[in-house]
Design a protein around this ligand. Structure first.
Ligand SMILES: Cc1cc2nc3c(=O)[nH]c(=O)nc-3n(C[C@H](O)[C@H](O)[C@H](O)COP(=O)(O)OP(=O)(O)OC[C@H]3O[C@@H](n4cnc5c(N)ncnc54)[C@H](O)[C@@H]3O)c2cc1C
Length: 394
């Protein structure tokens, strides 16, 4: 295999790595992106990522800016209202995007659909070389370049490398950057359901001990209203739920949803994801930027994970566009770390705390949770400030 020299090398072609490839490719940078696992772009294929992601307003604007949004817009479902229900209290609280904006909070898109959109957009970008089925197998840096060896035997030299290779990042580990990890002993079950009651673009979070149960609006399925579900539970309960037959599982899910959308019926298979919080000690090293889950992982509450990752990518892109000559220099990468690390740290801590509160089953904490929700909802300035923070304001 021949050796390649590029502006930007991206290790990892998950949704974040491929978004980075599109972002830099759309601005004329030469990019090589590799991933050992080829993207699955059809829902029915084995290995399809059936999760959905809520792209909040700033992320949607960024995806539009890099020419990706038009490839997924027709499958996106608007999120106008977030409804929080405490199952022990049963008193729903609505947070309406109209309180703070003319636009919805965000738009929900299936991850496998996003991968199909990414492939379509990459086909339009002549400066991006995406090599599925290829892994980074060795990595080192010099002051003027990052050097990677790939599993197809080739080597690449880049002015800057992005570690987008996930929570157990090969690049982060090779560089010896430590990461603080918190295990919550929980898992998130994800699946899609149809239901008789229309969701009216309302995303509903039902809180009870074990973790939240979140219904996120999807387009109709076979003429019936449909939602994506993230059900967080203790790891042991999640295993039991995964082992149930569909009818028993439908009853358990309907019960756990507090019947907010009527009886739920599975329209997809169930997948399970371990829940952790993690943050790398540094988001940069010589000629290297850590982005997305290589840098930070949060529990799936409040649609923060991939939205924070897109902000990483946009921050790097803007630094590169402001001063193309400084691409990958120590000064540029230090600025990236300074711009992202403090904000990400706050969100990792905040989402972790929300998760612990939401998991709690003890009466004093469930009472405090209900009281806190009442207070947040009842005081308009606090409610609006928290909604803006949730959208990514700092
Ligand atoms: C249940 C659930 C629901 C979620 N919902 C939301 C949501 O609504 N909104 C939101 O913003 N976020 C959400 N998230 C978070 C979001 O899904 C993640 O942030 C995102 O998928 C992670 O993307 P990533 O590209 O960093 O990591 P990954 O998807 O893990 O991608 C890393 C890639 O690196 C590749 N790789 C590994 N090793 C190598 C190597 N040596 N060389 C090259 N490539 C390598 C892997 O094959 C993989 O494709 C959710 C997460 C979960 C678990």
């Amino acid at each position: 295999m021949t050796d390649t020299s590029v502006d930007i090398f991206i290790s990892g072609g998950g949704v974040a790595g491929l978004c980075a490839a599109v972002a830099f490719g759309a601005h004329g940078f030469s990019v090589l992106c590799v991933d050992p696992v080829p993207p699955v772009t059809q829902q029915a294929e084995p290995g399809a990522d059936l999760r959905t992601t809520a792209y909040l307003q700033p992320s949607q604007a960024f995806l539009d800016r890099i020419g990706l949004w038009p490839h997924v817009a027709d499958t996106a479902q608007a999120l106008q209202t977030m409804r929080i229900v405490d199952a022990d209290k049963g008193d729903p609280k609505d947070f309406d995007a109209a309180d703070i904006s003319d636009a919805p909070f965000g738009w929900n898109v299936g991850n496998w659909r996003m991968r199909a959109g990414l492939m379509a957009r990459l086909a339009e970008l002549p400066t991006v070389d995406f090599r599925p089925g290829v892994a980074t197998t060795a990595y080192l840096t010099r002051t003027d370049a990052a050097l990677a060896t790939l599993s197809d035997g080739s080597r690449v030299t880049a002015r800057m490398a992005l570690a987008a290779d996930g929570r157990d990042s090969f690049i982060r580990n090779t560089l010896g950057i430590a990461a603080k990890r918190t295990e919550f002993g929980q898992a998130a079950l994800t699946f899609a359901v149809s239901h008789p009651v229309p969701h009216k673009n309302v995303s509903t979070e039902v809180h009870k001990s074990g973790g939240p149960f979140t219904l996120v609006p999807l387009p109709d399925h076979d003429g019936l209203p449909c939602s994506a579900v993230v059900w967080m539970e203790t790891a042991a309960n999640a295993r039991t739920l995964l082992g149930m037959d569909d009818a028993t599982f439908n009853s358990a899910a309907t019960e756990r949803s507090a019947h907010v959308n009527g009886p739920l019926s599975l329209v997809s298979r169930r997948t399970s994801w371990p829940i952790i919080s993690q943050i790398a000690d540094r988001f940069c090293a010589e000629r290297t930027a850590l982005v997305a889950e290589a840098a930070h992982v949060v529990p799936p509450i409040g649609a923060q994970g991939l939205n924070m990752s897109l902000k990483d990518i946009e921050t790097l892109l803007d630094l590169c566009l402001t001063s193309p000559a400084s691409l990958g220099t120590a000064e540029m990468l230090r600025r990236y770390h300074r711009l992202r690390y403090p904000e990400v740290l706050l969100r990792v801590k905040g989402v972790g705390l929300l998760n612990r509160t939401s998991m709690a089953g003890a009466a004093p904490i469930t009472k405090a949770r209900a009281f806190g929700l009442d207070a947040i909802h009842g005081i308009a300035p606090i409610r609006k400030t928290l909604m803006r923070l949730g959208l990514g304001a700092t």
